[in-house]
Design a protein around this ligand. Structure first.
Ligand code: GTP
Ligand code: MG
Length: 334
């Protein structure tokens, strides 16, 4: 059995070309990036007229380099609110955008993260605008910087996100994980490889520093100096996809451990006091936010969905080992 396993492992690389082709097919074309910029420029013009001191930032998958083609864009409006009420501001913003031919403009003032939604008929792009969610802008930069270090992170994330969307386990409202959580799982996993494929940027000399409220966002961001970091590890993308699922199926200690990109390691649940249910936070899979360290990205996972998730990890690990055509079977709709 051990022999068979070893043979399978070395054989997995024969699927590399297929995984790479899948990755290439998911990357947005350049024209799409151009259209996104075009929409951002239009929004800047409209918002700037009303609030000259404000700024707009792209965040989320359109800016962290992990966005699929044809995805929506996330925009953050940053401004000094003083004593303006956020809901009022969003209603005003919706008004302004509506009068400029943008379609389906809607202010969702009671959402967990209040936003204005819209669709631009010229570019066909949909967009969510939030206000002062500056931490998301910071973690977007951190993710993008990690992606610059080793191309295998971007490849792995695209494949994992595609798998999660195909298998219905990328839906926070159903107790499964956000794309952001999956990216952190991929970074953590590549930090753990031996030799490591990614460093721990927050454990290095500080070259970038911002504070958001009382949260310090600081890390080494001269990532162009780290382009060779993972070169001592020759693992192929197919091997990493298999090892990723293997890790989450059989190697992670769900009962005791918290994954922490910030420290490049795992922490104990006990040390973070994430051992019992508090309010809605159940901590059945623990993923520490790199900046907002009291925030567990796994908080949405419940007793039922943790089983679904772990069974999906196991299914994927088995397919990578034994299925003749993993690049198809892995992504079969659930
Ligand atoms: P897709 O839209 O699925 O392609 O992925 P995405 O990268 O846009 O991820 P998602 O929609 O999950 O989140 C958008 C952005 O919001 C992320 O990139 C993060 O910057 C931020 N974000 C999402 N969830 C959280 C969260 O729970 N906490 C914090 N602090 N930020 C979050
Ligand atoms: Mg998004």
């Amino acid at each position: 059995n051990q022999k068979r396993l070893t043979a399978c492992r070395s054989d997995i690389s024969r699927h590399n070309a297929q995984f790479l082709a899948l990755f290439e097919s998911l990357i947005p074309a350049n024209e799409e990036k151009v259209k996104q910029k075009q929409l951002l420029t239009l929004l800047e013009k409209l918002v700037g007229k009303q609030w000259p001191e404000s700024r707009l930032y792209l965040y989320g998958s359109c800016a962290n380099s992990f966005g699929f083609s044809k995805s929506d864009i996330d925009v953050c409006l940053a401004m000094d609110l003083q004593d303006v009420d956020k809901s009022e501001l969003l209603l005003k913003l919706a008004d302004i955008l509506q009068s400029d031919n943008l379609q389906n403009v809607q202010a969702l003032t009671r959402a967990r993260v209040p936003i204005v939604k819209l669709m631009d008929p010229v570019t066909g792009i949909s967009c969510d605008i939030c206000v002062n969610n500056v931490l998301a802008v910071e973690n977007t930069k951190l993710l993008r910087d990690y992606a610059e270090i080793d191309v295998r992170l971007r490849q792995l994330v695209f494949i994992v996100k595609h798998w999660a969307k195909s298998r219905g386990v990328n839906q926070t409202y159903q107790g499964t994980l956000s794309s952001y959580a999956y990216v952190l799982m991929c970074i953590h996993f590549l930090q753990q490889r031996r030799p490591a494929i990614l460093p721990c940027l927050q454990g290095m000399e500080v070259t970038y520093f911002e504070t958001v409220g009382n949260i310090e966002c600081s890390y080494f961001d001269r990532v162009e100096k780290l382009r060779n970091f993972g070169s001592r590890n020759g693992e192929s993308i197919a091997q990493l996809v298999w090892a990723f699922f293997q890790y989450w199926a059989y190697c992670h200690d769900y009962a005791n451990d918290v994954i922490s990109v910030r420290t490049g390691s795992t922490l104990s649940k006990r040390a973070k006091d994430w051992t019992r249910r508090v309010g809605n936070d159940r901590h059945l899979i623990c993923i520490e936010d790199p900046f907002e360290v009291s925030h567990d990205l796994g908080r949405v996972v419940d007793k039922f969905s943790i089983r679904v998730l772990r069974e999906e990890f196991e299914r994927a690990a088995e397919i990578m080992l034994y299925d003749p055509n993993p690049c198809v079977t892995l992504f079969e709709p659930y």
